[in-house]
Ligand binder design. Sequence first.
Ligand code: H2P
Length: 792
Amino acid sequence: ESGERKAKVEKMFGFMDAFLKNDSFSLQKDILDHVEYTVARSRFIFDDFEAYQGLSYSVRDRLIERWHDTHRYFKKKDPKRLYFLSLEFLMGRSLSNSVINLGIRDQYADALNQLGFEFEVVAEQEGDAALGNGGLARLCACQMDSLATLDYPAWGYGLRYQYGLFRQIILDGFQLEEPDYWLNFGNPWEIERVHVSYPVKFYGTVEEEGIQGQTIKVWIPGETVEAVAYDNPIPGYGTRNAINLRLWAAKPSDQYDMESYNTGDYINAIMDRQKAETISNVLYPDDRSYQVALQINDTHPSLAIAEVMRVLVDEEHLDWSRAWDITSRVFSFTTHTVHVEALEKIPVDLLGNLLPRHLQIIYEINYKFMEELKSMIGQDYDRLSRMSIVEEGAVKSIRMANLSIVCCQIVNGVSKVHLDLLKERVFKDFYELWPQKFQYKTNGVTQRRWVVVSNPNLSSLISKWLGTESWIRNVDLLAGLRQHVSDPDLQREWKMVKKVNKARLAEYIETLSGIKVSLDAMFDVQIKRIHEYKRQLLNILGIIHRYDCIKNMETSDRRKVVPRVCIIGGKAAPGYDIAKKIIKLCHVVAEKINNDADIGDLLKLVFIPDYNVSVAELVIPGSDLSQHLSTAGHEASGTGSMKFLMNGCLLLATADGAIVEIMEEVGADNMFLFGAKVNEVPALREKGASLKAPLQFLRVVRMVRDGYFGFKDYFKSLCDTLEDGKDFYLLGYDFASYLEAQAAADRTFVDPEKWIHMSILSTAGSGKFSSDKTIEEYAKHTWGIEPCKCPF
Ligand code: H2P
């Protein structure tokens, strides 16, 4: 920092905490300036999209100001920093979240109004930044918001994918994938850092050289790609702090042969090099303190371990044991799955070709680990081979999870149940060896995005009844709603908020599909990635059962039926055939039901295409009931349930993942629970074909199999997965209790007072599931970082 420059600036402008002003006139002027000079449209004629651009640049200016101040302050204080490495960040839209966190939403709304625009309409112009698949990626976005809000000195590091997650198009009920050109219309939220760029090396050979009587390994890389930084300021709420999410883009380097440049081939590797450079910039710890923590979000970024070792050993010439000591102290690892098949493995041939030195380092780590293990457990070769970082077999591979566990001093699960499963099943051998390494931090979601931004009416209502807005930073205060739960005024207002949100959702559904839905119906929602273990199929079979029952009812009984609007949304991985069939089944069933005049408003089924963060922001506040149906023991945590809970939607769920902890917080009698328990599932699977599915289940599967909804041949393989003995996810076994839980939900819905009561208690009990809590736990027990609050 140049003292002279600072003095000059202060002399010219006077000392100001904030350089930019936030009164309505200044904001209007600012928006117009950006329209005129940044967007290059006339300030007299511009449309909603250009207004969005002008507005966003104006907001960004304010973000940049805070972000500079925060980083100057971090630099001055030099606290231990966290570097959060993830290959996926699902940020969604930035505008509304930013103005709320900056505390200037109303001022901007007013300024826009004066200019003849409406904030909500302008905000709708923004596309989603969808740089991730699902829960894991959205979790990172929530955690960044909490890290900023709680003033932690943290950086996020990820990749700036040119295409986000594919756009889901539904054609004749089938999913098609289209590229998501999310950068086509520009991205006002990022700042390109042309000067922050690093060469990333690949291929080549490793040679040995003698230096001062020692032989060292020298990697002579074959090709180079340039990594260029794009910075995305992340503002905290109620603080001046704004942290940085740095996303790296791969660009061909000068030394590179353009012809062979192919983003797909290199994209995974970009992250590794940037990590190395980050490490080589900031990580030269002395003997007393270790000034950084590096968090590996799932195994995807775990090559960073080998890269840090390479930098320390090959470039800094530390001896192996010192380098290993440092590396194992700075890294921590969170795993997000219980599925052994989802643990990443990299074929040795591929890695050896692409990053030969890294492979050598991993071999060396493994050799030392195996020697140590043998000295502890003896010649138990089965166990040794299970724990080895190198998997022998048809395709010799590197087990990235084993590498991460061996290296990291702390391995985190994402819920209590998840930790139990890691200990008992997934990483049993490692747990027995190093029980002290294993911890869990229950996932959480940010109430800023998921209530304040997406459900402003509920947010105001909560603040009104709590008499403060402080819950937006201190979620524990939400519990204060409990004392008002029986107040008829709160109940009435709560119901009204839900109605308004349902109307908004109904309008969206009608625009999308032309289907008119009744606001008196129960809005019943399941939105998440389509996966067999998440059991959207159970939901659809339940809907078929409901339809079948209504069809076979006497007219007098139909009056007792609780009308439902069933809403399903989610993307299937492009190569996941069964998941795609589930989407198609949903559409053919919807077609039949929605066009059956005899059924009318009693039942509707809607598939919401292209599910993403913005869609979730609209759907969640408008739901009455949400479904979380994973076969027990399969969902590591689940974070969708937490968003619904905060919004006062009741949960119909299996006792899986974080649902078990939600039960502890809101009480099982405030939820609709069903299904086999985690510890029952293995024994049930053993029983296989002798586990007879109930008749109702056989009947609905038969309807699909026999072509009642058409596409008989197409659905055959889907129905085959449900046969006795093949029903791995236990849909047949859980069906009866699922229907009972659904019936309980119906019975409760016709008692609106009870429903609202449960709904308020859901929100009141959701505090534990704020990502603020998760981050505080990580900061204390995993990363060892302290808040560093930039003065206002
Ligand atoms: C995954 C897990 C969830 C978990 C989430 C975040 C991979 O997300 O399956 O159980 O809550 O990470 O830890 P998802 O299935 O939603 O894509």
